[in-house]
Design a binder for this molecule. Structure first.
Ligand code: BES
Ligand code: MN
Ligand code: ZN
Length: 498
């Protein structure tokens, strides 16, 4: 499946199908109007007959159109002209792809650029269309188990001044999609295949594929012991599958800004809860407790594909939380790598125990920014549902930049506070902290715990518990927040402020 940016004479182009838009109350877009005139009013005749009304997603496939060489024209309803936005684009593209693929149509021209809702910003228009097409393909392949017949989609760019922006958008979209798809596939694997060792082997493969830019170091339990990562180790000690931490170092060419950006992904390949075992009903979903690690993996693929001029270190914190004779217990007191001690009151609050040691470990890279991505708390799902990822941070500029990337990609995040009042909730009378709060504001007390280990750098924590996967009949990983992180990195590739 290939995408092209080009400019066509729609009437004389020999293709399987041309896709053009029709607005509500029968207003033709300029491409539709152009085809209408050439075909002696064939399209307007059908519209006047009431064959299509322009409601969003409503459509009509035409064959043997007078004076038109293309085999077919797909008229797609675009809804209200004055209310056209990202949401409309998603609906239109989803419907278009379904229609085309149902009929095994192979080569198409999308002549939709006049729908450009971002006021002449063709870049965002193409980005949005391609990401929607790619997501629809993924659905068709994985959920409907159908083949993709489409061979090529060409975008008809009427104004040649927009060519280069469209080309860049295409390039960015494909790289982001590669990362997003890799993250989804990795997250969807069952936990008997995707264990901590598997995660580390996947990481090592990146250094083969991108050998000029990526170096991978794998930290095993012996090295963790030497480093004093006893909180991380405790979480993994009940499992036959030993923990592995992968450190993926990416460095691009022509780096403007030498400072390091660290991305840390929680990689619990299965979280049974440990001795504080979870109820059995939805326990199978805890294979997705490594979605943070998968998102970091995918984001690094994107960076390597685009050769971003940055230094990025991705850490996949692979581990499995199991009950058993050698498992850690409620009541245990653990010495973290930072030297601070933690009283374990619940072995199911394991993510923060793994992450606190990684947050200490990465100090050695003197990072300018650290972002951890974790399916950390059920409480975050209660607070924000499945639409927005929870954001916590100790730096306003970083918040600003993440929010900007979030708005650009529609990969939604929402900031929650880290007021000092919450700190007393994780007090312990026998250790520096306890690993759980008092049952209230659980997403915040978890973030508050992490914040104890992030004083030395600008840090953000993304709690993706509600956004990383979908449950039910179409269950599967969403790949979030790969798009957010990719956009954030694309944006700072042009900055020098960190
Ligand atoms: N991985 C879970 C969080 C989670 C739960 C994500 C449900 C998505 C859906 C995490 O390790 C966990 O178990 N957290 C506990 C913390 C509690 C014991 C303080 C939780 O949220 O219940
Ligand atoms: Mn847990
Ligand atoms: Zn967990």
């Amino acid at each position: 499946m290939k995408f092209f940016i080009d400019s066509f004479d729609l009437c004389t182009e020999n293709t399987d199908c041309i896709v053009v838009g029709v607005f509500k109350s029968c207003q033709l877009t300029s491409s539709a109007n152009n085809l209408d005139q050439y075909s002696n009013g064939y399209i307007s005749k059908l519209i006047n007959q009431g064959d299509i009304d322009g409601k969003i997603g409503n459509n009509l496939l035409l064959y043997d159109i007078p004076n038109i060489i293309a085999k077919r024209i797909l008229l797609i309803g675009c809804g209200d002209k004055n209310n056209f936005g990202a949401y409309s684009i998603t609906k239109i593209i989803e419907k278009t792809i379904q229609m085309l693929n149902k009929r095994s149509i192979k080569n198409v021209i999308f002549s939709l650029t006049e729908l450009n809702f971002c006021k002449n910003n063709i870049y965002w228009f193409i980005r949005k269309i391609i990401s929607t097409i790619k997501k629809e393909f993924f659905k068709i392949n994985t959920f409907f188990k159908k083949d993709i017949y489409l061979n090529s989609i060409s975008f008809n760019i009427i104004d040649k001044n927009f060519f280069s922006s469209a080309q860049i958008a295409l390039k960015h979209s494909l790289a982001i999609d590669l990362g997003l798809t890799a993250a989804k596939k990795l997250s969807n694997l069952p936990p008997n295949i995707c264990n901590p060792l598997y995660l580390s082997l996947k990481s090592e493969k990146l250094s083969k594929k991108y050998k000029n830019n990526i170096n991978v170091t794998t930290i095993d339990i012996n090295q963790m012991k030497n480093l004093g990562m006893h909180a991380y180790l405790a979480v993994g000690q009940g499992s036959q599958n030993k923990p592995y931490m992968s450190v993926i170092q990416y460095s691009g060419k022509n780096i403007v800004n030498k400072k390091v950006i660290v991305l840390i992904g929680k990689g619990l390949t299965f979280d049974s809860g440990g001795i504080s075992i979870k109820p059995s009903q939805n326990m199978h979903e805890m294979k997705y407790d490594m979605c943070g690690a998968a998102a970091v993996y995918g984001t690094l693929i994107m960076a390597a594909e685009l050769n971003l001029p940055l230094n990025i270190i991705g850490v996949l914190a692979g581990c499995e939380n199991m009950p058993g004779g050698s498992a850690f217990r409620p009541g245990d007191v653990l010495k973290t790598m930072s030297g601070k001690t933690v009283e374990v009151l619940n072995t199911d609050a394991e993510g923060r125990l793994v992450l606190c040691d990684v947050l200490k470990y990465i100090e050695r890279f003197s990072p300018s920014i650290v972002i951890d991505i974790a399916t950390l708390t059920g409480a975050c799902v209660i607070a924000l549902g499945h639409y927005a990822t929870g954001l916590f941070s100790n730096n306003e500029d970083l918040v600003h930049d993440l929010e900007k990337a979030s708005q650009q990609t529609n990969d939604k995040i929402w900031r929650l506070p880290l007021f000092e009042e919450y700190e007393k909730d994780i007090n312990s009378n026998i250790a520096d902290f306890s690993n759980v709060g008092n049952g209230k504001a659980g997403a915040i007390t978890a973030a508050c715990f992490l914040s104890k280990f992030t004083k030395k750098y600008h840090w953000a924590h993304l709690d993706i518990a509600g956004t990383a996967w979908e449950s039910g009949i179409n269950k599967g990983s969403t790949g979030r927040p790969v798009e957010l992180l990719s956009q954030f990195l694309l944006n700072i590739s042009n900055y020098t402020k960190y």
